[in-house]
Design a protein around this ligand. Structure first.
Ligand SMILES: [Zn+2]
Length: 386
């Protein structure tokens, strides 16, 4: 990239990032930020749709899905970031220190998570518009309510996704790192109790039995590769008597292991309820699915090449926290890698990010889009070749 282009990019990244910081967007109140993004995307000639996810969860906008046409013999690329921030990223008074590090006066969270991601996508698209490289179609997805358990992307209709592979711009970690493996998490509530015997006996014995079953389950082969955490253990009152409940989460690198663990829980309590005069209620919810992008997949090879061309050392990572990437990959089957954005201390008033990091990510995205793999089958469709 020549000096002129670099100067334009740095100025644009800075301006866009500061504009975004000036628009509060706590989860469910992303509307104003969404309007800003829609205007910027339409200026670039993109078509923008807003889905109905917001209506379902009480937000003032839905997820934004935007399209930039491109050479359809090349793969379609998805660029994804989330528009919302944690609740305390409002009335942000950003400061920039001499090293170009942006932070707040410690009265609010900065919200670089994930406004840095949104800024990098918008800046990369403007560079594409300016430099006009050959590229395939580009789909942009800006989600809502990521910070509330990824409620926005969970409600995205999968048929809206039409990309072959893509990038998520929303990970902790220095620029150059990228997440290829994400842990999955299932939350559960198990309630257990006896029906017929004196109340005090019922509850003490229900506590003992529930503990015992959980301990046995944990030692069983179905839980060999599953982490387990009980957050709450408490008595519950029911019309037919007293019970006891455990609320917790199970985590694993494999969705199959998570499903097997849930099945084992259900089977254990079913057989217990058949043997004794007891009842159980097991409720489970996938907080986020696990995913894994294999080493030789197209998206991994290409992002590593782009990073190297931008002077970065690519470092693949595994993470235990969930993000929109878990749903894109683990649920919708779209191979995306989640890029380290360089922000530090996200979700705290100490959050900070270097403008140069957002610029580096923007350059990586630009390179990734502007160096598409050629279609081996001339004129053929690219879809289904991740
Ligand atoms: Zn985030």
């Amino acid at each position: 990239m020549d000096a002129d282009s670099t100067a334009v990019l740095v100025r644009d990244v800075r301006q866009t990032f500061f504009s975004l910081l000036g628009i509060p967007s706590p989860s469910l109140q992303e509307g104003a930020l969404a309007r800003y993004c829609v205007a910027r995307l339409r200026e670039l000639g993109m078509t923008v749709e807003v889905d109905r996810a917001g209506e379902e969860i009480g937000a003032d906008t839905g997820n934004l899905i935007a399209w930039l046409p491109g050479d359809t013999t090349l793969p379609t690329i998805l660029l994804c970031a989330h528009m919302d921030t944690v609740p305390s990223a409002v009335e942000v008074r950003p400061r920039v220190d001499e090293g170009g590090i942006v932070h707040t006066d410690k009265t609010a969270v900065l919200g670089a998570d994930d406004k840095a991601g949104v800024a990098a996508i918008l800046a990369a698209l403007r560079q594409i518009r300016r430099l006009r490289p050959t590229h395939g179609p580009i789909q942009v997805l800006l989600t809502i309510a990521e910070e509330r358990g990824m409620e926005g992307i969970r409600r995205l209709q999968p048929q809206r996704l039409a990309a072959d592979f893509g990038l998520c711009l929303d990970s902790d970690g220095p620029v150059g790192t990228f997440v290829v493996t994400g842990m999955g998490c299932v939350s559960f509530r198990i309630e257990y109790g006896f029906r017929a015997s004196p109340a005090d006996v019922r509850q003490t014995s229900a506590v003992r039995t529930l503990r015992q079953v959980l301990v046995e389950l944990r030692r069983s082969p179905a839980f060999a590769d599953v982490q387990w955490e009980i957050a709450q253990f408490m008595g519950v009152e029911r019309d037919h008597g007293l019970g006891v409940q455990a609320v917790g989460r199970i985590r694993s690198w494999s969705n199959r292991q998570l499903q097997a663990a849930v099945r084992a829980m259900r089977t254990a309590f079913q057989s217990l309820a058949m043997r004794t005069d007891s009842y159980f209620i097991l409720e489970t919810d996938v907080s986020f699915p696990a995913y894994d992008i294999p080493a030789h997949s197209m998206v991994r090879e290409r992002i590593e090449q782009s990073m190297r061309r931008c002077g970065l050392t690519p470092v693949p990572m595994r993470v235990t926290d969930g993000s929109d990437a878990n749903w894109l990959c683990g649920e919708f089957g779209l191979p995306v890698v989640n890029l380290g954005m360089g922000y530090e201390h996200a979700h705290s008033v100490r959050e900070r990010i270097a403008i140069s990091d957002i610029c580096d990510v923007t350059r990586v995205v630009l390179d990734f889009v502007a160096n598409p793999p050629r279609n081996p089958l001339e004129g053929g469709a690219w879809h289904g070749q991740p």
